[in-house]
Design a binder for this molecule. Structure first.
Ligand code: PMP
Length: 450
């Protein structure tokens, strides 16, 4: 579809938005959301006819891009046949989606509990772990994101909080590996891994292992900075969980469904958790869907005794039809392989080449189609280009970077002092190169602040 120019329609959309839409994660009076007229593949456009290459995949979820015709058709067919049906019934698109997901999840994660998105998947995974173990506490990492609902946002270890934000009972945080800003004074991945595991085990000892239901980690932390864990870390956490009878929850809401170049990021590390959350890429977010993949042992806890939880729209037929179509498209069109291959042959070398020329790039890290550039004022001291949680004038360098990227025709993901390169997984080589060229221009704007 070609962009149409219709500024008057855009202005009306914007006016109603500004009058009535309360936006997430935003100071309502300080934002200026773009009015989007349409989208296709890896691009979207506004009412002025300006097109952007989407380096964000929405909120890292449109893994097969916008408006894939096969998924749109599957949604239309399901809507015509059976738009909705309550969760307590066996429905074709629901059972087929569960089968396709269970076939791809690692180990014996063969039972699928469907939710409406990622945060509620995390909520249910934690509840299952507590009921299964009979223990109250959950350990989660600083520099993590697990969702915006009460429990999930309190598991989330990032500084976006008001003082009046009460924590959740039973949540204990720990530091996970992040070599570039090591909490453990580590200089090598081996040291970082060993010391992070030692820190985790000490935390468990001081909390009391018999009080801990679960450890939750993003397999590759996403929103907080795409920190690919060092080899051996997740296997080490798995061992610790086994030693103390703790449920290991991997949150694959962002990293799952091909983002890392594997169906699940757990496959990169050969680790099998007890519970695995997913959402986003499961159906590219065409209709809201998430879920928890459950191991045999945990499923058994709820074999003869009811799991006391659920959602009206659990396994919504329309969302599940979109999941079936998306997973089939990913398999037929080699989308996961594309993420792995072009990630390694185009994205990684392209970003490393940019880092060589731009002093504002402190570190390049990632895997598959899941990359972060950490921007700094000074490469030697690693001082971030903007302070954590910066706003207004303090955030001007990142704002300049984002404005230059948009000017150059890409929509960048920007969080604190980082930009993430996370386009749809089926983005082609020429488009990826176009994205890298636009970043080149945007990084020049960031360099001015080093
Ligand atoms: N977990 C992770 C790892 C995520 O990245 C996100 C969303 N960014 C969530 C959970 C929450 O998902 P949702 O926004 O669908 O509730």
């Amino acid at each position: 579809m070609t962009p149409q120019t219709d500024p008057r329609a855009g202005a009306a959309v914007k006016a109603a938005d500004r009058a009535h839409v309360f936006h997430s994660w935003s100071a309502q009076d300080l934002i200026d959301p773009l009015a989007v007229a349409g989208a296709e593949g890896s691009y979207f456009w506004d009412y002025e006819g300006k097109r952007y290459l989407d380096l964000t995949s929405g909120l890292v979820y449109t893994n097969i891009g916008y408006q894939h015709p096969k998924v749109v058709a599957a949604i239309q067919e399901q809507a015509a046949r059976l738009t909705t049906f309550a969760p307590a019934f066996a429905v074709e698109s629901r059972s087929e989606a569960a089968r396709l997901i269970a076939e791809r999840t690692p180990g014996d994660l063969d039972k699928i509990f469907f939710t409406n998105g990622g945060a509620d998947a995390v909520e249910h995974a934690i509840r299952m772990a507590r009921l299964h173990t009979g223990r109250p506490k959950v350990l989660s990492a600083y520099r993590s994101y697990h969702g915006g609902t009460q429990q999930a946002v309190n598991l989330t270890g990032d500084p976006r909080r008001w003082p009046s934000d009460s924590g959740s009972a039973g949540v204990v945080r720990f530091w996970a590996p992040y070599l570039y800003r090591s909490r453990f004074y580590a200089e090598t991945e081996e040291q970082e891994c060993a010391r992070a595991l030692e820190h985790l085990e000490t935390t468990i000892a001081f909390e009391g292992p018999a009080t801990i239901a679960a450890i939750i980690l993003e397999t590759v932390p996403g929103t907080a900075g795409i920190m690919v864990p060092p080899p051996g870390y997740l296997a080490g956490v798995r061992e610790i969980c086994d030693k103390y009878g703790i449920v290991f929850v991997l949150d694959e809401v962002m990293a799952g469904f091909g983002r890392t170049g594997e169906w699940f990021a757990a496959d990169l590390f050969g680790v099998v958790p007890d519970l695995m959350t997913f959402a986003k890429g499961v159906n590219s977010g065409y209709v809201p869907l998430g879920g928890v993949a459950i191991s045999g042992a945990i499923a058994e806890t709820f074999g003869k005794r009811a799991y006391p939880g659920g959602l009206t729209y659990s396994g919504h037929p329309l969302a599940c039809a979109a999941a079936v179509a998306t997973i089939n498209v990913m398999a037929e069109e080699g989308v996961v392989e594309n993420a792995r291959n072009l990630g390694a042959s185009v994205v990684e070398p392209g970003l490393r080449e940019l880092a060589e020329r731009h002093p504002s790039v402190g570190e390049v890290r990632g895997v598959g189609m899941f990359w972060a550039l950490e921007l700094v004022k000074n490469r030697e001291t690693r001082e971030p280009l903007v302070p954590y949680n910066a706003s207004g004038e303090a955030n001007a360098p990142m704002a300049a970077f984002a404005a230059a990227a948009k000017q150059a025709g890409v929509w960048p993901f920007v969080n604190m002092n980082r930009t993430h390169f996370v386009p749809p997984l089926n983005t082609g080589e020429a488009e990826l190169k176009e994205g890298l060229a636009a970043l080149d221009a945007a990084l020049t704007a960031a360099d001015a602040h080093t």
